[in-house]
Write a protein that binds this ligand. Sequence first.
Ligand SMILES: Cc1cc2nc3c(=O)[nH]c(=O)nc-3n(C[C@H](O)[C@H](O)[C@H](O)COP(=O)(O)O)c2cc1C
Length: 164
Amino acid sequence: VTAHTEFDTRALRDALGRWATGVTIVTAPDGDGFVGMTVNSFTSVSLDPPLVLWCIGLDAWSLDAFTEAEHFAVNVLAADQIELSNRFARRGEDKFADLDVEIGLGGTALLPGCVARLQCRNVDRHDAGDHAIVIGEVVAIEHADRQPLLFHAGRYGRFLPADR
Ligand SMILES: Cc1cc2nc3c(=O)[nH]c(=O)nc-3n(C[C@H](O)[C@H](O)[C@H](O)COP(=O)(O)O)c2cc1C
């Protein structure tokens, strides 16, 4: 491993991408419909009170809807939901066409087939560089025994449990 003290955005992304994550789709209400985007910056913050965060690019098409919404939902994707992840990583409207969603608290979209779903009250936003940190208070939870979808170094993968 060579340490670089001068780096461009590409190198920074490559290094940060070595941090393995799950993949979520975060949704919020938007008029008669929803907004939603693929997000892997999601993390837990506090157990009591129950708080989570995720980061949204300030250039995201759905930034205003996520800022104005009183609730958002975090849909944690399963290993067989790569197509859904790609669909919600595209910019713009109409990501929900032909999707059979349930309506969550405050009008969020809850997607079928997920590993977990967290419904959150939108409590805070802190701008930081070219992203904003969105903080939510978790108000409803559910989870299922499914394989999670993982993301590492720009590729999707599956969880392989260690022998011990
Ligand atoms: C695996 C993965 C994780 C992503 N994580 C984030 C994230 O945490 N925050 C973010 O702003 N964009 C993230 N993106 C990019 C957004 O999904 C993408 O910019 C999307 O088009 C934004 O939607 P919008 O512009 O319609 O609002 C991620 C994309 C992928 C494929």
